[in-house]
Design a protein around this ligand. Structure first.
Ligand SMILES: [Zn+2]
Ligand SMILES: [Zn+2]
Length: 351
């Protein structure tokens, strides 16, 4: 199995073509308005009877439909003729290159992801869309890690909503069979006192817990160190998410890394078996290189995660792969290269 997206061929349906265009735009970090235009168009035509769609294509009246413009109508028309739409072709040609040259070998080994969001919190897509994208990428497993209650801005899940979500996740797993596994997870906030923002008994029911700091990032060094140590030493935690909280580019601007005793925190991670996340999002690029080196020296495990909030962003793990390769992190120390069963065993071991 080769990981990465298999290009669509002539003969794909208009719906497949539109969705793939959206996916590729998202992967290339196009604006969400542009991406959504293609997904909306896909939804519109999916809801139409075949005969109606055929007659709209035949009479050139596609752009009269709500949600379809010249670009989306062009893709539909060309796909309906049995051609590979030119716009899709150009995007696929671009996507033949890795997002981050240098990390290709490791990319082929990363079969899972311990950090992703759905529209249950601040993600842009339903859970099933995220799963489908991970399957199309050739991954074997994905952890769904929506936010916890205190992160209101991201519509963090209350205990009741998380319980509801777990039922949905179980249903998806039943329908997937052996081919793919959706892990029951959370990105839980590390609260100011180092405790976790979710009921302990509910955390116990999850397969994996990624814990991250999202508030008071400018706290004094000793305060932040104690806070992070509290989380890392909590036996329920498996992954330390975006350790410094830094932002290096993008629409949210820049944010300096938070200050903490990284040697102490990473030593604790190594002792407790908590994986240090290599957050692949280009605007985060977290932890910075020198801290990844330090974590490596301390003997930590790592998790190359996408932190995807939309299907196309799952491929951003390529950036994390490039960084880990450049910094010489051995693949077997990266838990997202492991099979799902091994990950589950590791995640339960510390509890
Ligand atoms: Zn986060
Ligand atoms: Zn996240």
């Amino acid at each position: 199995m080769v990981l990465g997206l298999t290009p669509l061929q002539p003969g794909c349906t208009p719906n497949e073509a539109l969705r793939r265009v959206a996916w590729l735009l998202e992967r290339g970090r196009a604006g969400s308005y542009r991406v959504q235009a293609f997904r909306r168009a896909a939804d519109v035509i999916a809801g139409m009877p075949q005969s109606e769609l055929a007659s709209a294509i035949g009479s050139g009246a596609l752009t009269d439909l709500p949600g379809l413009g010249p670009a989306t109508a062009g893709v539909v028309t060309e796909a309906a003729r049995g051609e590979l739409p030119a716009y899709l072709q150009s995007l696929q040609d671009k996507a033949a290159e890795s997002l981050a040259p240098g990390g290709e070998h490791l990319y082929q080994l990363v079969v899972g992801d311990l950090h992703s969001h759905s529209d249950w919190s601040d993600g842009g897509a339903p859970i099933t869309e995220m799963v489908l994208a991970a399957v199309e990428l050739g991954q074997d497993w994905l952890a769904l890690t929506d936010h916890s209650p205190r992160l209101k801005i991201a519509r963090g899940l209350s205990a009741a909503r998380l319980r509801e979500q777990l039922v949905v996740v179980d249903g998806i797993n039943q329908s997937l069979g052996e081919r793919f596994r959706l892990l029951r997870g959370i990105e839980v906030d590390i609260l100011e006192d180092g405790t976790l923002d979710q009921e302990p008994a509910l955390l116990d029911e999850l397969d994996v817990v990624t814990a991250s700091v999202h508030s008071k990032l400018r706290a004094p060094r000793d305060v932040m160190t104690a806070r992070m140590l509290g989380a890392v030493r909590n036996p329920r935690v498996n992954v330390l998410g975006h350790a410094t909280g830094q932002l290096v580019e993008g629409s949210r601007g820049q944010r300096p890394p938070s200050q903490f005793d990284a040697a102490a925190v990473f030593s604790a991670c190594a002792e407790t078996g908590v994986a240090v996340e290599i957050n692949s999002r280009p605007e985060r690029c977290d932890p910075p290189d020198e801290l990844i080196r330090l974590a490596e020296e301390r003997g930590c495990l790592f998790a190359i995660n996408s932190d995807a909030h939309a299907p196309g962003q799952l491929d951003m793990k390529a950036y994390g792969c490039e960084r880990a390769t450049r910094l010489g992190i051995p693949a077997d120390r990266i838990v997202t290269t492991w099979a799902a069963d091994r990950v589950l065993e590791w995640a339960r071991a510390g509890r």
